[in-house]
Design a protein around this ligand. Structure first.
Ligand code: RB5
Length: 150
């Protein structure tokens, strides 16, 4: 599976750990930066290129990390076709995919420890959208918003 990962300075350290971890498991990981720790960098500069590649289906699933995970999720959800959420618990890590077809997990590098982050990410990556009719119906209502301004 092709997985993308992006982080600003608040998530840089966790990104490095997660990237190494996923590669050790055989995942094809594309790193969208940051490529060095720069306390002045801005999360949209890394998260949006990842989000665009998810929308283009160049990347199947994405991981975006900032300090809290909030900015990353706010930014990513502006890109049509991206379904991102800040995740802090195991249930949501897989149920978000199963029911809501979440294609980007957002984490807080200053909030979630690396072992917990690894478990959340594995849960997210292993999960599959069920395709149930009720979930498709709900997602269609969300998708319809992407072609409107409100
Ligand atoms: C950066 O200091 C911090 O604001 C950012 O990483 C993130 O937490 C935003 O949501």
């Amino acid at each position: 599976m092709k997985v993308g990962i992006a982080a600003d300075h608040g998530g840089y350290e966790l990104k490095e750990i997660i990237s190494t971890f996923l590669k050790s498991l055989g995942y094809d990981v594309k790193d969208y930066g940051a490529y060095e720790l720069n306390t002045k960098d801005d999360y949209p500069d890394f998260v949006i290129p990842l989000a665009r590649d998810i929308a283009l289906q160049e990347i199947e699933k994405g991981i975006a990390i900032c300090g809290s995970g909030v900015g990353a999720s706010v930014a990513a959800n502006k890109v049509a076709g991206v379904r991102a959420a800040l995740i802090n618990d195991h249930f949501s890590a897989h149920q978000g995919v199963e029911d809501d077809d979440m294609n980007m997990i957002c984490l807080g590098g200053r909030v979630t420890g690396f072992m917990a982050a690894e478990e959340l990410i594995i849960s997210f990556l292993h999960a599959k959208f069920t395709g149930a009719e009720r979930h498709k119906r709900r997602l269609k209502k969300v998708e319809d918003l992407e072609t409107r301004n409100n």
